[in-house]
Design a binder for this molecule. Structure first.
Ligand code: GTP
Ligand code: MG
Length: 402
């Protein structure tokens, strides 16, 4: 198993591709994100290698020529790790390892590593460990390559293969064990959720680092760990919040990311159950991020994945204090107005015009527009609360303070 702390603490090169599916700009944005991930994991990105291809090479991800460039660079600059901006297949990993003499990580691996470093509770730790083992299982074949060379095609059933088989069996057993342990945890968590009664449940969801925990803190006056790193939160925090005369439960949970490893989605089931069982979602967006629309799409895809896309949702555009846009000079009649030129007002109009979804623009950090935010959440929670407690109307006795 990859040691969480040791995995990367050294210089790394980042490797990506430009394809028909991702143009130069996209590729660069993705590598920016990979760089942020690398930092978060404790690595130091020193150089990027990007190649234009129809699609990633099925055998070596990059073309072999380009990969040799990478190898030369790694040798001369004493690089410890090469990080690929995609999930490498077991075969790709094996082939690349033959060419580059250093630690190879892919995006999935990197994310798993960050999760492993950050997991605090036994639940989160078990979930990550399960995901790591499932990632590892098909990739255990690495040893085969050495055998291949030594023995050729014949006589492969030597001790080497038995060893791999033994390793595989150990990992499979471990997976079974972890799954069992998770089932027990799942049950406990389900009981806990039940014990919370019928109170309306609101879940903060959104891309990683958008400010969910910060918002949770200002709304519930709690102290949830928030920082400018990806995946600051892995465990779910639930707080009771009261706005005016309605108490409800608010959940802060793990942030999403583009191409969240499927193993993680699967093993974080009990964490994501909080989202699945929520009555109302607050989809928090970092509007100051140049890719925020992509982030919304990624989050929606994962919500669909976990069958939670049809829940009542409020779009919460956070970090308005940090929003910047490009401007067109008044005498410039050539430049066409694009989204880069949108003011906050333009974005508000765009979103207010959507009938099926409520939206609000705030800054959790500077506490801007929080009163309107609370009012909106109150109205949405009230709709659900009234349905759930039809006879409990005394809760709605609102007394005005003069
Ligand atoms: N400028 C600005 N920064 C903010 C705002 N809200 C949060 N941040 C910063 O954004 C960073 C991430 O905040 P978190 O609250 O940890 O974000 P999160 O969504 O919980 O992140 P994960 O738990 O990693 O998914 C921190 O450095 C916050 O201080 C805001 O309104 N404006
Ligand atoms: Mg958080």
């Amino acid at each position: 198993m990859i040691d969480a702390k040791e995995a990367i603490s050294e210089k790394a090169v980042l490797i990506g591709v430009i394809t028909q599916l991702q143009d130069e700009t996209k590729s660069e944005e993705y590598l920016d994100e990979l760089e942020f991930l690398t930092h978060t994991a404790g690595g130091v990105p020193v150089k990027r290698f990007v190649q234009k291809l129809d699609r990633p090479n099925p055998k070596t991800f990059l073309g072999t020529g380009k990969l040799e460039d990478v190898r030369d660079y790694i040798k001369t600059h004493d690089i410890g790790t090469a990080i690929f901006d995609d999930e490498l297949s077991p075969a790709q990993l094996r082939n690349i390892e033959k060419i580059l003499d250093c630690k190879i990580l892919d995006r999935t691996n990197l994310i798993l590593d960050i999760f492993a470093q950050r997991a605090q509770t036994s639940s989160a730790k078990t979930q990550v460990e399960l995901a790591q083992h499932e990632y590892l299982l098909p990739r255990l074949t690495r040893l085969w390559t050495h055998l291949d060379k030594q023995k050729g095609g014949i006589g492969m059933r030597g001790p080497g293969e038995t060893e791999i088989e033994t390793d595989r069996r150990i990992i499979r057993d471990k997976i079974t064990l972890l799954k069992k342990r998770l089932q027990t945890i799942d049950k406990q968590m389900a009981v806990q959720r039940k014990n919370r009664g019928k109170m309306v449940r609101v879940a903060l969801v959104g891309y990683t680092n958008v400010g969910k925990s910060t918002l949770m803190n200002v709304i519930s006056k709690s102290e949830v760990f928030a920082e400018n790193k990806l995946f600051a939160t892995l465990d779910t925090t639930v707080r009771k919040v009261v706005i005016k005369n309605i108490p409800f439960l608010m959940t802060d949970t793990v942030g999403f990311i583009r191409k969240l490893p499927t193993q993680l989605v699967e093993s974080f089931k009990s964490t994501l159950d909080e989202v699945r069982e929520a009555d109302l979602l607050l989809h928090v967006v970092d509007i100051s991020h140049p890719n925020f629309e992509d982030h919304i799409a990624s989050v929606n895809a994962i919500l669909t994945d976990i069958k939670s896309d049809d829940k009542p949702t409020v779009m919460v555009f956070n970090k308005i204090d940090a929003y910047e846009h490009e401007t067109i000079d008044e005498d410039d009649l050539v430049t066409e107005k694009t989204k880069e030129h949108y003011t906050l007002q333009d974005w508000k109009k765009t979103w207010m015009n959507k009938n099926d979804v409520e939206s609000i623009f705030i800054s959790a950090l500077n506490k801007e527009n929080l009163d309107d935010f609370k009012e909106l959440v109150y109205e949405e929670v009230k709709k659900i609360h009234i349905q759930r407690f039809p006879y409990n109307d005394f809760l709605y006795y609102e007394y005005k303070e003069e």
